[in-house]
Design a protein around this ligand. Structure first.
Ligand code: SAH
Length: 256
């Protein structure tokens, strides 16, 4: 018997991995994060499967379900939104499972920052401008480690993907503007890949007002950085004078 931590992806069931789809469609016991996992994904569990919404559960209550599955020798699917490794609180569950002598595996999922980039039809990296993507958040009830406060991250001018931060968009934008400048592009994607997905694009100067107008208060990804601009010089990868392991440069005089 095993517990399998499964990434449910950002919402649209088509974005589940084949492995996640297969495990979910055959599961007998599933604990899912009801606050974020889409009902369409949970609906893939077969009729008669035992379903538990972790939103209303404590770790001890989850341990009770783990123990029962162990006693019955039934694999348990632990469904997490996006990819389980990002703000998934899987560590404490794994520590419990270690203590209980229960084995576990992890199936990765499409994270919401990736679904947001797809919705925006954007590249998060840009040659010579942003070669680093930072996944972070602003402080909530969980304080930020001091060296990872947004103002420190902003100094790197990387592309910032902020989870769990939409409720503080005003102060986040002001804090970031100190380093990125108020003209820096920002995008907010509400419920990426859900039927009611919303895209809001602006700058650090106007994004807070736009978010307020759209009444977005949760389940949104905030992406900030100059890489979001379209008028960025092309990378060398497809330039005809740039050769690499898979393609010879098209030498001047040798042009087709
Ligand atoms: N493990 C998840 C993140 C969980 S933290 C992942 O990999 O995506 C929860 C936060 O993720 C939300 O506050 C929101 O910032 C973001 N999020 C989750 N699903 C989202 C979606 N469909 N669209 C936009 N943001 C989403």
């Amino acid at each position: 018997m095993k517990v399998i931590f499964v990434g449910a992806g950002p919402g649209n069931p088509d974005l589940l991995t084949i492995q996640a789809h297969r495990l979910l469609s055959n599961c007998q016991i599933c604990i899912y994060a009801g606050s974020l996992v889409s009902p369409e994904v949970v609906a893939l569990a077969p009729d008669g499967a035992e379903l538990h919404d972790s939103a209303g559960m404590t770790l001890e209550e989850m341990e009770t379900v783990f123990a029962r599955a162990q006693a019955q020798n039934i694999d348990l699917i632990r469904l997490h939104t996006g990819d389980p490794s990002i703000y998934g609180a899987i560590r404490e569950q794994m520590n419990s499972l270690d203590k209980m002598g229960i084995d576990y595996d992890v199936v990765p999922g499409v994270s919401s920052f990736q679904a947001a980039a797809a919705a925006l039809k954007t590249e998060l990296t840009a040659p010579e401008i942003a070669q680093t993507i930072i996944l972070s958040r602003t402080s909530g009830r969980t304080p930020m480690p001091e060296m990872q406060e947004l103002e420190h991250l902003a100094r790197t001018q990387s592309t910032l993907c902020l989870f769990l931060s939409i409720h503080k968009i005003g102060s986040v934008a002001d804090e970031l503007a100190g380093h990125y400048g108020y003209h820096c592009p920002v995008a907010v994607v509400y419920r990426a890949s859900w039927p009611d997905e919303k895209l809001i694009q602006g700058t650090l100067a106007d994004i807070a007002a736009k978010v307020e107008e759209a009444q977005i208060k949760k389940t949104a990804m905030v992406i900030v950085g100059p890489a979001l601009a379209r008028n960025i010089p092309a990378s060398k990868l497809y330039h005809r004078h740039f050769s690499h392991g898979y393609r010879q440069a098209d030498e001047p005089g040798n042009q087709s």
